[in-house]
Design a protein around this ligand. Sequence first.
Ligand SMILES: [Zn+2]
Ligand SMILES: [Zn+2]
Length: 501
Amino acid sequence: MSGLTSMDVLVSLSKRRGFVFQSSEIYGGTGSVWDYGPLGVELKNNIKRVWWRDFVQARADMVGIDASILMHPMVWKASGHLDHFTDPMVDCRECKHRFRADHVDTLPWTHYCPATKGNKFTIPAGEPCGHCGQRRTLCPECGKGELTAPRQFNLMFKTFMGPVEEDAAVTYLRPETAQAMFVNFDNVLQSMRLRLPFGIAQAGRSFRNEITPGNFIFRTREFEQMEIEFFVNPNDRVDGRPADEYWHDRWIEDCMAWFKRYGLAAENLRLREHERDELAHYAKRTVDIEYKFPIGWSELMGIANRTDFDLKQHAKWSGKSLTYFDDERKEHVVPFVVEPAAGVDRALLAFMADAYREEEVRGEKRVLLKLHPELAPLKVAVLPLLKKRDDIVRTAHTIRADLARHWRVVYDDTAAIGRLYRRQDEVGTPYCVTVDVQTVGDRERGEAGDSRVTIRDRDSMEQMRVPIAELGAVFRELLDGAPWSRVSGRYPAPTAKASGP
Ligand SMILES: [Zn+2]
Ligand SMILES: [Zn+2]
């Protein structure tokens, strides 16, 4: 299904239901910067939370940090970003349009053809003119201007530290979170008394002044990363192999399993080994996990064996020793590092694309986000069947407040129950709770309520009647991963399905 989900469908759903908005939209928007709305921020926080729980909290060999976005400018000299984090750019001398030099020939081009009295044509990328046989030499955009020779354009956002805007105060918004783990290596090692192998994790914002960003939140100028630097002793061997190579494979497996566990279909995931000529000069091996995005197979995350390059660079430029004392061999070593680096925004896009379904239920279209319950922005929606009945509404509010101490739970009475269910399906809410007349009883007729409510399952649309007093325990079980069928086996189905599927 994911392969069929178009980006337009996701962009439209995101805006309509409060997941992602264009930044500064009322002013016409900002180039490739996006804002997460009320449901988007929940989904994004949930992705980061389960990542942190699974890769930091649950592991004895991991710790976390939260470093500043602004770092000492020398960090970027040492890391190589200042000199090498660049794209070659060309400019049109006429219209001033700027292009990535290696992208110019992948664009359709404007041509004023001398063989047809200068008529204007748009010619497909890389093809010659069908009339005069010329190939593109001028600006593809305006068809008139000459292009400058390529110049290197640094992708880091420059800014000034302090009140003066002069060269000495120049610093950069970090283009990756990784460097903070390297420059804090010794602080973390000493303060936490760690032994190799161990990892440092961080989730946070990074900034890249991309020349050709785009594709919704796939490539943006401001984004969030979840990065791990996992340090190993290069002299150790595990299962007869060098420790760095063993751990590199382990991390590839663990990351792949993590994406599958939270809902990405196996057939939409694959590994791609970097070729020798695309490897960064310091990397021993890099493997990307690719996802079949609506734009085609693209990088979801990368897992690189960066050797001892980063620690050695920072030791060299800072003059501080960044080594580890190997007790067994009685020597100082510079650890090797394996770096699993994922983009939060990209992961969010993949989870949404994979969860998106359109089904037909009784002749009507049902849009469904089949998100993993741990990722779903809202866990439970509490819905009153009749909003004119005070006792029903009051009970529903009390249930919401009670459950909201543990989970994100909403109350909604702004439509008929069928509509309310569809709205929750569309944003991936795994469970709805309906409060009806049976719950509260009918005093005028002298009928007592049964203090039970209906829980409805998003995926199967099945329902069960559960005592209000047991809701907390039931949701703890369901949201902890218990299958619906196991829990619903203990409770009756509603006698009258007044509430529809
Ligand atoms: Zn031009
Ligand atoms: Zn021509």
